[in-house]
Design a protein around this ligand. Sequence first.
Ligand code: PAP
Length: 347
Amino acid sequence: MANNHPNSLPPPSFRRIRSQTWPQENDDDIDLEELIASLPKEKGFISPIQILYRNFWCPSEVFPGVHSFCRHFTAHDSDIILACKPKSGTTWLKALAFSALRRDVFPPSANNHPLMSSNPHELVPFFEFTIYGQAGELIDLASFSVPRLFATHIPHDSLPESVGQSGCRVIYICRNPLDTIVSFCHFAPQVKPELWSGGRSSMEEYLDYCCRGIDGFGPFWDHMLGYWKASLERPDKVLFLKYEDLREDTAGNLKRIAEFMGVPFSEEEERDGVIEEIVKLCSLSSLKELEVNKTGKPGVWSTENKTYFRKGEVGDWVNHMTPSMAEKLERIMEEKLSPFGLKFRVK
Ligand code: PAP
């Protein structure tokens, strides 16, 4: 097993060392207010505004964390980063990757498995929200079990240089944009009701912004294509997954994830049903029913854990979009993604 840290810490597998204030000490030389003032801005749907930074639209409230991460993070060769556009299956991928990677310390059948008491976002923290985030506490990167497991929503080409220069591995999950938009439009009004109530925002308007390339961490096509191209160029370093494929064959894709992380399932584990145990442990129905996911808060957005678990269906967009909304988005997908061979199952 690749988990070579002699004392894997109990969950969460990292240590908070002290309260973090913003700006961080080592950002003192940067006037973030001035930087923000100089950058293009647009209406936000989960933060008051979106800021165009390093070629993507960054929700304003995440900006300090994004900026700090990009300036300060140094990747290690053994690091594993889970990357995704919001609402593409982040929570699921975090649960699966964590369970597979740490199964020597936390067997999936154990009653006290970390997923029983911690939301996947607590076990695999985001760089921009949690580790370098404004509202969080400073996390001791040296306290992570090795290989360190992180997550990010930041596009491939905007990641700190050391990620591409090191041997660090990235697992990307994407999802058809029709379902992602529907998922976001259920999530965001719960996080920021003030941005949506009284007709301030609607799914139709959000879809229009997405089609114009003004969506959180997007344009969505640049987000997907950045990781897609990287996975074709460096398949040993970037694994590209689709939510729809994961739904269709969770066990098969879990095997790919484990192999890619350097912790393939042994024949004995396969025979003993370890793969199926992890699939079950991480399923939407299992996670949704846990007390921690009904009541807790992961500290990503100030929202409850339950907002991360909804239907998890492929094709739910038919229940929420008009045909003209869907056609508009499908035209953009055809124009931007198809030339690069990127297609999705949408039903
Ligand atoms: P995030 O980007 O805010 O972290 P993310 O986890 O990527 O969210 O996406 C949430 C979607 O994944 C939800 O989809 P829905 O709105 O269409 O239902 C959520 O239901 C789904 N999801 C969460 N956990 C799982 C899981 N264990 N299996 C399958 N789908 C899941």
